[in-house]
Design a protein around this ligand. Structure first.
Ligand code: HEM
Length: 310
């Protein structure tokens, strides 16, 4: 049963890629909420502008992380064919790009989508609508491209269905946790030094975000269960294979993220609007994001383990 755990730099760069991807999904989603939130909660228009700028910055940082993570993955993929101590060269990378369905071609698609999102976020500084549309397109493409180098292409449902299913799973997870990340960083950056405005803004954005979080989390969990069934197909394989045990670790972390999400929804959200609501939100939402990042780390290992059923 014991496959060696792939705790290597390649898995670390994939983890970083997930974090970047979640950020570029969250940025356009949060941006779509800002106008309504500023109007409905009668926030200072300056706060609305600052929220937009901080949201773009969070997206931009995430896109840079995703591009760098992709470049790191190419580097480590090339290194995997070399002997220890052998110098890295173009010749080491070339074989990965041979053939129509090669790893290199899929990787190029992933990098291309990340670059589209990055360009969109840069353009959004001057040409708001065009830039954000491009960023949204890049984020969706990056989510759908991510499974191209994993188990999804060998799915028993066929490669297209496997990739779409897993891409939607990622997209939904990104709407949940990626948006929370952008919401938290943008709201606190945009209201620095203005405690009253911070309380009002935090209450308004969290109220607007909650239904999206519930939908994203619900879809991610439902599709996750379908994927788990496809990859495992039998309950005992959950505790008798390395793949199953990694999945159990993921589920344990998921219960932590979901538990904190429920706490934020039921306890923190109703108390927002006056001090110390925003401070409590910062603490509990950061904890939710830290456990979410660990969940993504376990997933980066999971996708590199042999699936018992494929
Ligand atoms: C009941 C809950 C969940 C289950 C059973 C589940 C299961 C799975 C499975 C079986 C895979 C495929 C791994 C492979 O390629 O071998 C996967 C992929 C993935 N899951 Fe989940 N998942 C769940 C929830 C979540 C949540 C809530 C998130 C994030 C918020 C998430 C993030 C991911 C990511 C990032 C991938 C990798 C996609 C890729 O690289 O192609 N999952 N999940």
């Amino acid at each position: 049963m014991a496959a060696e755990l792939p705790l290597d730099p390649y898995a670390a760069s994939r983890w970083l890629g997930y974090i970047g991807l979640f950020g570029i999904i969250g940025a356009p989603v949060f941006r779509a909420l800002i106008h309504r939130v500023t109007r409905d909660a009668r926030l200072d228009p300056d706060t609305g502008a600052r929220l937009g700028a901080a949201c773009r910055r969070a997206g931009l940082a995430s896109a840079v992380i995703l591009v760098l993570a992709n470049l790191a993955r190419l580097w480590f993929q090339g290194r995997s064919a070399l002997d220890p101590g052998e110098a890295m060269s173009l010749a080491a990378i070339e074989p990965w790009f041979e053939g129509p369905g090669s790893w290199g071609l899929m990787w190029t698609t992933q990098l291309g989508a990340a670059v589209v999102a990055l360009v969109g976020l840069i353009v959004a500084r001057r040409r708001l609508a065009a830039g954000w549309s491009l960023a949204m397109l890049g984020a969706a493409a990056a989510a759908l491209a991510m499974p191209l180098t994993g188990h999804a292409v060998e799915s028993r449902l066929g490669a297209p269905a496997g990739v779409v299913l897993q891409g939607l799973h990622l997209l939904a997870g990104g709407v949940w946790l990626g948006t929370l990340f952008v919401l938290l960083t943008a709201t606190f950056a945009a209201t620095r030094g203005r405690p009253d405005e911070r309380e009002r803004a935090a209450a308004a954005v969290v109220h607007a975000y909650s239904p999206l979080a519930l939908t994203g989390a619900g879809i991610a969990v439902a599709l996750g269960l379908v994927l788990a069934w496809i990859m495992l197909g039998s309950l005992p394989l959950l505790w008798t294979t390395s793949y199953g045990i990694a999945l159990l670790c993921k589920l344990a972390l998921l219960s932590g993220v979901a538990g904190l999400g429920a706490w934020n929804w039921r306890r923190v959200r109703p108390a927002l609007g006056s001090a110390p609501g925003a401070r409590r939100l910062r603490f509990s939402a950061t904890a939710e994001l830290v456990i979410g990042a660990l969940l993504l780390g376990v997933t980066a290992v999971l996708v590199a383990l042999p699936s018992p059923r494929l």
